[in-house]
Design a protein around this ligand. Structure first.
Ligand SMILES: NC(=O)c1ccc[n+]([C@@H]2O[C@H](COP(=O)([O-])OP(=O)(O)OC[C@H]3O[C@@H](n4cnc5c(N)ncnc54)[C@H](OP(=O)(O)O)[C@@H]3O)[C@@H](O)[C@H]2O)c1
Length: 335
């Protein structure tokens, strides 16, 4: 299957909630690499929406999220806030009848994810998790290699995602649902889930820091006849590669495995070939997926359906349970 170009997707008008780092990258992707446009940006930080609009060169600045979702020119809303605060802006947009794309990790926990998904289904609007990697050309090509049976039956998946981000405020603060797992670990988890589905068993070992969030997590997932070994840390930049090994060969995905990159298929018969999926930015592919879905009258992605997002959230809840990662708003009051 060949990934359609983002430019060929229908044009829609985006509103952005939260004017932070990733919102900038997404705005650039939409404006530079799709037929769509950014028409509104909301920030609760005074002056930030104005600065964002000046920087990106597009959109009307608003000082609240309510104003963005009330703007009749906005077709779809992109939620780009911290993990603790994905579900409320998403619910606000859904209530206003907007289609919604929510940054990863989709929510802080499964309960919040269920709430958002139920609301979208009841309202009949489009909803998708912004796990951008799933929509990139190299991931499309990689799935096709496995489907064609080029590496035989998949036996093992290895993936790691480590970044040196422990000093970044939203990463170390538990009230923002910081930590390595939700921010970085979600990538190897989603990768393994894409290839092998829901594991039968999950074993996780975590290393916590004094603020109460996870610095580092190693995970083993067991499937019938296969295993995934996954790792994440926010204290060091790791290799950020992935390997899928099968009975007839393997796929080595280069650094950075979850971003536009290359992979090499190495077969046991000695043959090998490389796919080059490097492209500028990359966020345009998930934006195009939303635009195509809305135009086709769908309410969720066929590549990343909401039930899969829920499965990933449940895996992360299980990992959190095993490593003792509880955010302050989830603590039971003392008896
Ligand atoms: N797909 C990717 O490659 C990628 C990369 C990085 C991050 N992300 C995801 O994108 C989301 C945002 O990450 P980011 O790096 O863009 O974050 P960020 O720049 O630190 O913050 C984004 C927005 O969240 C709100 N916020 C931040 N800190 C806050 C605080 N202390 N109290 C209250 N609100 C706060 C602010 O909203 P206002 O503007 O309204 O004040 C801010 O503009 C996360 O879900 C993250 O996992 C994805």
């Amino acid at each position: 299957m060949t990934t359609p170009t983002p430019q060929s997707a229908p044009a829609i008008r985006w509103g952005i909630l939260g004017a932070g780092g990733i919102a900038h990258k997404m705005a650039d992707a939409i404006e530079s690499h799709t037929a769509s446009s950014v028409v509104a940006v909301g920030s609760r930080t005074p002056g930030k929406a104005q600065a964002f609009v000046a920087d990106v060169g597009a959109g009307r600045p608003y000082g609240s999220y309510e104003e963005v979702v009330s703007d009749p020119d906005v077709d779809a809303v992109y939620v780009a806030t911290t993990h603790n605060d994905h579900h409320e802006p998403a619910l606000l947009a859904i209530e206003a009848g907007k289609h919604v794309l929510v940054e990863k990790a989709f929510t802080q926990n499964t309960a919040q994810a269920e709430m958002v998904i139920e609301a979208a289904r009841a309202k009949g609007v489009y909803l998708m998790e912004a796990m951008w990697s799933r929509f990139l050309p190299h991931r499309d090509a990689l799935r096709a290699v496995i489907e064609r049976g080029e590496i035989g039956d998949v036996i093992a998946v290895q993936a790691d995602h480590g970044q040196h981000l422990a000093h970044v405020e939203r990463m170390f603060r538990p009230e923002l649902a910081g930590g390595a797992l939700l921010d970085l670990g979600v990538y190897p988890i989603s990768f393994a889930h894409d290839i092998l589905g829901v594991p039968e068993d999950v074993v996780a070992v975590g290393q916590m820091r004094d603020t109460g969030v996870d610095n580092q997590v190693s995970m083993v997932f067991r499937y019938p006849g296969a295993q995934a070994t996954l790792h994440t840390t926010m204290e060091a930049r790791t290799g950020c590669t992935a390997v899928i090994s099968g009975t007839e060969g393997r796929i080595e995905v280069a650094d950075t495995f979850y971003a536009p990159t290359t992979f090499t298929v190495k077969r046991h018969d000695g043959t090998s070939w490389t796919f080059d999926g490097r492209i500028p930015n990359g966020f345009q592919y998930e934006a195009a997926e939303v635009a195509r879905g809305i135009a086709a009258g769908r309410t969720e992605s066929e590549i990343l359906p909401l039930d899969q997002t829920l499965e990933i959230m449940r895996i992360m809840d299980e990992v959190r349970d095993q490593i003792g990662l509880v955010y302050p708003n989830e603590r039971q009051p003392a008896q």
